[in-house]
Write a protein that binds this ligand. Structure first.
Ligand code: T5A
Length: 209
């Protein structure tokens, strides 16, 4: 049985997941854990290749079903080759996005059914769920400001979808957190990165025992 811990960070674009993943991984390492810091889509050579297909596609882009299959395929490789082996040897896995992103983007945003998406997850990743999902919440005006300052060349294929799409994504994440309070911790993502990190460490404290 796994003695590691699996923590996912979730939220909309530019909410600070990458920044907070790094700070969390550093803090866990400093307290003596082996930590695997990873991201989705990506994390293994095969999944990174699928990431390039998903986010860099030219022309009309992927249809909703093809997109969901590609995310599930990338996740299957990531889970089998990186996440499960790490958990089995007792490491802590800190993952920037996981299955709840598929539920929120391809489901809430893209209109695919929850049942279909969870079936793909069961086939691809044997239904693996994080022990804790940190949902970082930031108002859209603030994330727009952050991303405009960072992404001077414009957003990627999915980030560039309209306001209504991203509003559905945010509402979906909030709904999942309400429905499963034992798996989710909602983190206020406003303020300095160090202040948000302290909120995250408080939420993670319960996992150590
Ligand atoms: N996707 C992904 C799906 O549709 N389905 C899925 O199943 C999965 C897994 C991934 C895309 O794929 C989609 C979702 C995405 O559209 P990505 O490039 O990995 O693309 O995009 P994001 O995950 O959204 O990552 P971002 O880098 O855009 O945002 P983060 O990681 O949330 O934010 P971060 O830490 O990079 O910060 C953004 C900017 O804000 C600054 C940072 O320095 C940076 O410039 N910042 C702050 N500024 C002020 N105050 C703070 N507290 C700040 N924290 C960070």
């Amino acid at each position: 049985m796994s003695s590691g811990r699996f923590i996912a960070l979730e939220g909309g674009e530019g909410t600070g997941k990458s920044t907070q993943s790094r700070l969390l991984a550093e803090a866990l390492r400093a307290s003596g854990h082996e930590v695997v810091q990873t991201r989705e889509p990506g994390g293994t050579a095969g999944a990174e290749a699928i990431r390039a297909l998903l986010l860099g596609v030219e022309g009309e882009g992927w249809g909703a079903r093809a997109e969901a299959l590609l995310f599930a395929a990338a996740r299957a490789d990531h889970v089998e080759r990186l996440i499960r082996p790490a958990l089995a040897r007792g490491a802590w896995v800190v993952c920037d996005r996981f299955i709840d992103s598929t539920r929120a983007y391809q489901g809430g945003g893209g209109g695919l059914s929850e049942e279909d998406l969870l079936t793909l997850h069961r086939i691809g990743s044997e239904g693996l769920l994080p022990d804790l999902t940190l949902l970082i919440e930031v108002p859209p005006q603030e994330t727009a400001r952050r991303l405009a300052a960072r992404d001077l060349d414009g957003p990627d294929r999915i980030g560039g979808r309209g306001e209504a799409y991203h509003a559905r994504v945010s509402a979906s994440f909030a709904g999942y957190a309400e429905a499963e309070p034992e798996r989710f911790a909602r983190i206020d993502g406003l303020g300095e990165p160090e202040a948000i990190h302290r909120r995250i460490m408080d939420a993670v404290a319960g996992l150590a025992s």
